[in-house]
Design a protein. Structure first.
Length: 175
């Protein structure tokens, strides 16, 4: 039964973490009608930036903020390629995704693995450290659930604002 419980926890952990990525894909594909494949490069970019900041001794929360900024910059590059250079939406995403592979290797100094086993992360520091000791097995799931719910709530609130409405109305309008 322990194997089944561990497997279920792993599925929930990964599903909730990838769920945040799916919400980003939802915005570009459903709202903007833009099949953005750069997500396959920006998601690992965020992981590389987060890992590099944590290994350098930075705060895990600052690492998440830096990962968000770098991911947004990568999205801006995709938009620039599509809008200004008139490269098709699909190809611009593929170009950014491919280019980010090299960027990720530069960020990690050519290493495929950044060891931060004993470093603080969002899953073992800050509010997560306040969880009772018996919750250590489900700690990552709880933090990922709160993060995914927070992203979903913020996304829904944003899409109800004036700029969110304009974003939904404009979509991939050629004019």
């Amino acid at each position: 039964m322990d194997i089944l419980t561990g497997l279920l926890l792993n599925v929930l952990e990964e599903g909730l973490i990838y769920g945040v990525m799916a919400m980003g894909v939802y915005i570009t594909y459903q709202v903007l009608d833009f099949p953005d494949l750069s997500v396959d490069g920006t998601f690992p970019l965020g992981a590389c930036v987060t890992g590099a900041v944590i290994v350098a001794g930075g705060s895990p929360w600052a690492a998440c903020a830096a990962a968000f900024v770098f991911g947004a910059l990568a999205g801006c590059v995709t938009g620039f390629l599509h809008v200004r250079l008139k490269i098709t939406d699909l190809l611009s995403g593929i170009l950014v995704m491919t280019g980010l592979w090299s960027v990720n290797l530069v960020i990690t100094s050519g290493s495929a693995v950044l060891p931060f086993y004993n470093q603080p992360t969002i899953f073992n520091s800050g509010p997560a450290a306040l969880l009772p000791a018996g919750a250590s097995d489900v700690q990552v799931v709880l933090v990922a659930l709160v993060a995914a719910a927070l992203v979903k709530i913020l996304l829904d609130l944003y899409l109800k604002t004036k700029s969110g409405l304009l974003l939904r109305a404009a979509g991939n309008n050629p004019q």
